[in-house]
Write a protein that binds this ligand. Sequence first.
Ligand SMILES: Nc1ncnc2c1ncn2[C@@H]1O[C@H](COP(=O)(O)OP(=O)(O)O)[C@@H](O)[C@H]1O
Ligand SMILES: O=c1ccn([C@@H]2O[C@H](COP(=O)(O)OP(=O)(O)O)[C@@H](O)[C@H]2O)c(=O)[nH]1
Length: 260
Amino acid sequence: MSRDVEEPTPHVAPSKGKAESSKSKYKRILLKLSGEALMGEHDFGIDPKVLDRMALEIGQLVGIGVQVGIVIGGGNLFRGAALNEAGMDRVTGDHMGMLATVMNALAMRDALERSNIRSRVMSAIPMSGVVEHYDRRTAIRYLTSGDVVLFSAGTGNPFFTTDSAACLRGIEVDADVVIKATKVDGVYNKDPVKHPDAVKYDQLSYDDALDQKLGVMDLTAICLVRDHNMPVRVFDMNKPGALLNMVVGGKEGTLIYRGE
Ligand SMILES: Nc1ncnc2c1ncn2[C@@H]1O[C@H](COP(=O)(O)OP(=O)(O)O)[C@@H](O)[C@H]1O
Ligand SMILES: O=c1ccn([C@@H]2O[C@H](COP(=O)(O)OP(=O)(O)O)[C@@H](O)[C@H]2O)c(=O)[nH]1
């Protein structure tokens, strides 16, 4: 697949429906939201104030015609690896982690709909009566019609992360970019939380991210985007307005792409 990387010319594919995105650099994005960020000031669970703020920011994108797919993590509730360390079977823990992402997606849909933003939740694990089962063609139809689509339950398989799920869904629905909204404002040469002298990259290649084993995103996810030439942007979701600014072409976060 030869996906046009965002530089130097914005990639606007005519096949993605009628949405007017004259001010947006992208027609369709896949936004990965950290589960942990949903906790806000708390140690566990979901802070409704955080959801409302995110709904507002997502609404701004929808308002300028951007088609938005979202993958939410589950780290605010359960992580398979942590449950495993505490003695639980890993696969059971991962199933709990994936179910946690469904709960987060339901909470986010609720917040979006309270803000009058049409949205759908799809799950990689069938959950009849609660959410729709993921189907790529249906998801693309929803996106094209302007609905926000929340892809929940990760990839549906244990031993993966929601970063990998975000990259997978982004590639499947032919998004222009995967945007990882996280706790740090970009990718650094080492973990900036542990190393105050870490230096931030404005952009770096997939191969550099892999070679340096930069921990901001798991290596499985980076291999996937590299193989499909899907650009990834990493930015700080706690910085108000940063998401909209990035989508209209402002300088935010770090771009991971195929390089020169
Ligand atoms: N080289 C790096 N650049 C930026 N962040 C890094 C790096 N190495 C490790 N990190 C850590 O990765 C974290 C983001 O990844 P992760 O915990 O998976 O986030 P999320 O919960 O958003 O998926 C950051 O909070 C940061 O502490
Ligand atoms: O495809 C997937 C995605 C997620 N998970 C599980 O769900 C948890 C929550 O996802 P993640 O840790 O990626 O959430 P985040 O760090 O983004 O909050 C993971 O720890 C895994 O246990 C999984 O098993 N398969």
